[in-house]
Design a protein around this ligand. Sequence first.
Ligand code: TXA
Ligand code: MG
Length: 326
Amino acid sequence: MRVLEATESAIEEAAQVLGTGGLVAFPTETVYGLGALATDVDAVGRVFAAKGRPAGHPLIVHLPSPGALADWAVQVPEPAQLLAAACWPGPLTLVVRRSSRVPDAVTGGRDTVGLRVPAQPVALALLERVGSGVAAPSANRFGRVSPTAAAHVVADLGADVDLVLDGGPCSVGVESTIVEVLGGTPSVLRVGGVPVERLRELLGGELDLGITGPARAPGMLAAHYAPAARVVTAVPEALAEVLAAQVAGGRAVALLGPPADPGTVPEGVVVLDPVGDPESYARSLYQRLREADRVGADVVVAVLPPAGGLGTVVRDRLRRAEAAGT
Ligand code: TXA
Ligand code: MG
């Protein structure tokens, strides 16, 4: 595996690697993706192998511009056109009916496909050079938290990846929002970088929030969002009590959240770098969970931010991580 700083010539080289069937990990504004040319069935197969991911879990196809939607989807309903026009490039994935260009290997045989145009200059330059769709899941091993820096990709994936483009840390830090738009009321399958409040505003309230968990977006298992350490969430008012109980249990405890009043933090607790507003919490969430593992924590006590905007997304990921450990 080679790691290159994402200069123009490195991006050119990455495009050639993709064009000849290779795998390239690249930055997006959400998390790093592990890309293969979407029309190359063998390369797509290698993405599943590199991640250790079951073949039935569909991949998102990344496109260079909103105009490419018409090439990769058919019978695109009006709300999908509207969301694409308003949110792309950006952290929104639309699940729509696939065109014949999308191979079964990408969708796990489904007749729908997840599409998105990322808002990250390196990703866009790469997609433009490739001139096609790039199928990419998050560039972590199956069952690890998503990578938000090139070093996370290197730590997780091995020699099956030909090239890692290092474009620095991801600016959003949590995965894209996934909305299925097939003709009925648009339905949120995963909360993410585009807040649902914004979607509702754009759609005039026509939005189904009935996220029923893993079954909706296949492969969205709780364990995907969990570090090795067990995650225990706490509302700010209960923090002191939750920390005390964990420490009393004799576990190595790390604390994740906004700056805590020292009086509430028992001796021996490793205080991870504090997070600020919900946006910065989201940006640093996965990095901090990886740090908790690095310092050898048995338990990460994570303070829940208020709901709303990206706070809702952080709460969603923390709750899934918590559920994975129970
Ligand atoms: O922010 C993101 O979305 C990142 C970056 C790299 O773009 N990608 C990402 O990919 O998170 P992945 O594979 O880790 O998660 C994609 C999710 C999976 O849960 C998958 O089941 C769902 O999207 N998905 C993809 N295509 C789908 C489809 N046709 N129908 C339902 N769910 C789909
Ligand atoms: Mg993933």
